[in-house]
Design a binder for this molecule. Structure first.
Ligand SMILES: Cc1cc2nc3c(=O)[nH]c(=O)nc-3n(C[C@H](O)[C@H](O)[C@H](O)COP(=O)(O)O)c2cc1C
Length: 453
């Protein structure tokens, strides 16, 4: 029985920030997020570090919640001030890599299922089986108003329609049997039409005839990633997700989330390890602990509390400019990311932090734990969380780019390998193979028929 090993994802946004809002102005980095070479450099580095995948978060609007306008987010460069389309950036990265998984975010609320199925089937073909999809329901009014709506759908309603959405895209990806493509060039037979299946889906929210106009992709479908943290969000993840990206500021929060979700996965009729849970971590690695802590302090000084509040307002779909910045948060309720408000509360159980202080922390790492130390220190921390059933691996969040992963790959990866906790070479050629050891997945025809009832 081989030793349990960690999985590593790299958290990215195709813009000035990641979880770090200091990223674009960090002296050790570059503001290169509009340059293709920047993403190629990051991709090649992550593959050299044997990462499972690069992950791109996304949002479909500039921040316009804080102060009911885009000014603060634009002035300070918050998470939503610029985001290139991650589908195109991952395709660029596919061209310069062979093993690195490529995960992009697409919304089930603001994209038609046919478009989503087509984009990920294309990425999976172009990357020879390395596509991943971060399934989101989107979070705020700004996104709704950019897509012809006055208001954003309610929290649970978003998940209800997302369940139907998943059923439709899965059936679209399976609308070509694995052996439907014939390519008999001599006799001019392209495919076997009996092995290509229309859907004719008529559901409470969606209608889609299909079939998809793309043959079955190498993985059958992209690896499904999700990040909901609320009760409804976890139920959704338990049913569909193969990877869950968690954001928990404390070890106890990580362990609770891990236990809850694994139990929910089993209640949904799947084996617990069919879903890998990867909490986010922001490492600061240096030759000495003091030097690493100095790096962390220098990074955090660069962050203004208003840029954090702008992103926090966008995430939670709540205008925090309405509250006094020098007072504690108090008892607010939000319609956006309820899981993130809960995370703020775990960070500040006594409720003493002022809104300004919370904004600053939010801008520093969006509550992602910041771990500073030597390569051994950081490996110790990751090994502890991995051993304490808080994680199956980690989403590594950079403090600057494109070089922000270099220190981690130079120091921590070899340390984890030395301990037998991380791969020394890629064993598979597809993302799912590297995550689970299985090449592709598809549901039996019998599953297909049952689904639309
Ligand atoms: C770690 C993490 C990453 C997320 N990434 C995105 C994203 O890239 N785009 C997006 O629209 N929503 C993103 N979300 C929001 C979730 O997809 C989900 O809509 C939101 O967390 C609300 O769900 P919840 O109330 O179940 O937590 C993220 C949430 C978390 C916790």
């Amino acid at each position: 029985m081989s030793k349990r090993q960690m999985h590593l994802g790299a958290f990215l946004i195709a813009g000035p920030c990641a979880h770090s809002h200091a990223l674009w102005r960090h002296p050790d980095g570059e503001a290169g997020f509009l340059d293709p070479r920047y993403y190629e450099r990051i991709a090649v580095t992550l593959e050299r570090g044997l990462f499972d995948f690069a992950f791109f978060a996304d949002r479909l609007a500039m921040s316009s919640t804080y102060g009911d306008g885009h000014e603060t987010g634009a002035r300070f460069g918050d998470q939503d001030s610029t985001r290139l389309d991650p589908m195109l950036v991952t395709a660029l990265m596919a061209a310069v890599t062979r093993f690195l998984g490529l995960a992009a975010t697409r919304s089930t609320t603001y994209f038609p299922p046919y478009q989503v199925a087509r984009a990920f089937a294309t990425l999976d073909h172009l990357s020879k089986g390395r596509a991943g999809w971060n399934v989101v329901t989107s979070v705020n009014e700004g996104e709704a108003r950019n897509h012809g709506l006055e208001a954003h759908l309610g929290h649970d309603a978003r998940y209800d329609s997302a369940d139907e959405f998943m059923d439709v895209v899965f059936r679209l990806w399976e609308s070509w049997d694995a052996d439907a493509l014939v390519l008999d060039r001599e006799n001019g037979i392209y495919a076997d039409p009996d092995r290509v299946h229309p859907l004719r889906h008529r559901g409470p929210n969606l209608r889609c005839d299909g079939p998809l106009n793309i043959p079955r992709s190498p993985q059958g479908r992209p690896v499904i990633i999700q990040a909901g943290a609320s009760a409804r969000g976890k139920d959704f993840a338990a049913r569909w997700a193969e990877v869950v990206f968690a954001l928990q500021p404390t070890t106890s929060g990580m362990q609770r989330f891990y236990a809850d979700l694994k139990a929910a996965v089993e209640r949904a009729g799947r084996p617990a390890d069919a879903c890998r849970i990867l909490p986010a971590v922001m490492p600061f690695v240096s030759e000495s602990r003091a030097e690493a802590e100095e790096k962390l302090a220098r990074h955090n000084e660069l962050v203004h509390s208003l840029v954090g509040l702008s992103t926090m307002s966008s995430h939670m779909n709540f205008d925090f400019a309405k509250l006094p910045i020098d007072q504690p948060l108090g008892a607010v309720e939000v319609q956006g990311m309820q899981g993130m408000l809960a995370a703020v509360r775990t960070l500040d159980p006594s409720g003493e932090l002022t809104l300004g202080e919370i904004g600053r922390r939010y801008g520093q790492s969006v509550l992602v734990p910041q771990v500073a130390g030597t390569a051994r220190d950081v490996a110790d921390r990751l090994e502890a969380w991995f051993g304490e059933h808080a994680a199956d691996g980690f989403m590594i969040s950079p403090a600057y780019l494109p070089g922000g992963f270099d220190d981690f790959i130079r120091g921590v990866v070899p340390e984890l390998q030395r301990r037998g906790l991380f791969r020394s070479f890629y064993t598979g050629s597809t993302l799912r193979e590297n995550l689970f050891g299985t090449a592709s997945v598809h549901r039996e025809a019998s599953d297909l028929q049952g689904a639309s009832a």
